[in-house]
Each structure stands twice: as structure tokens, then as C-alpha cells.
Write a protein that binds this ligand. Sequence first.
Ligand code: VPM
Length: 277
Amino acid sequence: MDKIIIFDTTMRDGELMPGVKFNLQQKISIAKLLEEIGVDVIEVGYPGNSFSDFEQVLEISKIIDNSTICGLAGAKEEEINSLIEALKPAKRSRIHTYNNLNLKGKNKVRLEQELESIRNSVSLARKNCEEVEWSAFDAPRSEADFLCKAIETAIKSGATTINIPDSLGLTSSKEFSQLLQMIFNRVSNIDKAVISVHCHNDLGQAVENSLVSLNCGARQIECAINGLGARKGNADLKSVVQEIANLENYQIDINTSLISEASDLVTQIVNNYHRLN
Ligand SMILES: CC(C)[C@@](O)(CC(=O)O)C(=O)O
């Protein structure tokens, strides 16, 4: 049975949904529940974006023992260094960084610059952290040869997880599985990293796209409590976990009975935020 890694982004991508904002105390409560639920990786914030996210990653890194604490950083030295600092107290930590690969029509020099940016940021991250996740932002709209080259470069530079996001949420499940199959067929060192997916729900397909990815070989799914996330959200944690629990070939280590509590907590926080703002 293959273990499926559950990565929660309620507190990072979730905050990109209009009207969703968590303070430190609220993130601490959510993180503790996610740890109890058994979520493998908790993405807490984007320290390069704001000091409050830095503080949240730092404080949550001090108190969570059983889940990996993750933060997002753009492919810039300052952002990665600030994330390294915030993750220092964590027992298990992961740096998540990304590049925008939708560079259709750009010349060779520009493409080479982006590959160089991947080499620099991923190797800096890997020097400081055993787990490095690299995301191919806007993968479905990127040029296939360049996408494959970029993934290969990220793995060579030390990425341990490669995340394929449907960043705009416009990809059907058939198109998404074709994209993943293409990546598995063409990237020569693909077996050296865990492949992850991060699906948006613009067409109501985030859970379905996440599940079809398992057949293609993905072993990590990114999701959020109540499906929070940019625009129409990400794949809903509860639906993803329940669906995988019903499949025979995959194993997840999740305490499903606590998910409703997490869902109620997040609903309450978001409702209060709306009342007060
Ligand atoms: C970082 C990446 C996985 C992203 O979340 C990008 C982002 O949130 O800016 C996406 O949906 O493509």
C-alpha cells in the first residue's frame, strides 16, 4: 500500500480567499488540531509577504512535534533566508518555493534565467533544510519542454517534492492526468522526488483532479479545511481524505473523526472576521 502524504494549506493558500485572515492565536489553534488529525505537512504562511506570517511560522514551529511545518517563499534569496529563520525551531521543517513557468513566447535567454533562478533558490533551500518542495506555478499553461526541463532542474538542485499546481483551476481531470502522465514519462529523474498536486476549484473539480492524480503516480495531495484557497478555493481536506480512505491501494494516517471539529473552528473564525470587518 502506498502512503499518501496530506499537505494542508488552509493557513497559506486559504488566506488568499477574500475575507479569510487568521491571527496568531487562531493559527495556533488550527495547527494543533491539524497535528491531532495527523496531517503530514502544515503550511503556515508566507513570511516573505508579511511580518505576521514570519511570526506565525516561527511560533508554530516551536509547538508542533508530529507534523512537518512548512512555509512558502518566492525564488529570492531574502525570502528563502527569512523562511529558514522562521522554521529554525521546528522539529521537522520544509521549505516550499516556486517559479512561474508560464513563459510562452519568451526567448532562450529569459528561459535560461528562470532555470538559473530555480538552481539558486532550490540549492540554497536544500543546504538549509532536508525537505524542499518546489512548485511549477501555472504548469498546465506552461510549454511542455520547458516545464519538464524546469522539473528536472529542480530535482537536480535538491528538491525532494515537486508540486504540480493547477494554479488557475481551469484544467479538466482528463487534461490534468494527461499533464501528469507526460511529466512522469518525460522527466528522467522524476523517481527521485515525491510528486504532489495542488488543485483549485474554479470549475468545481479540485477534489476529482486530486484523486485522478494518484493513478498517475502522485503521492502528495495539497488541500485545505473547508476547501479554503484563492478564488473558489483548493481541494477540500475532508472530501479528499474520505475518498482516499475508500480506495484499496492507498494508505493515509488521518484521524477522520476530528476533521469536523477543524471545519467548525475554521467556519467560526471566518464568520467572526466577517462580522468584525
Ligand atoms: C505556490 C503555488 C502552489 C500556488 O499556490 C501559487 C500561489 O498561491 O501564489 C498555486 O496555486 O499555484
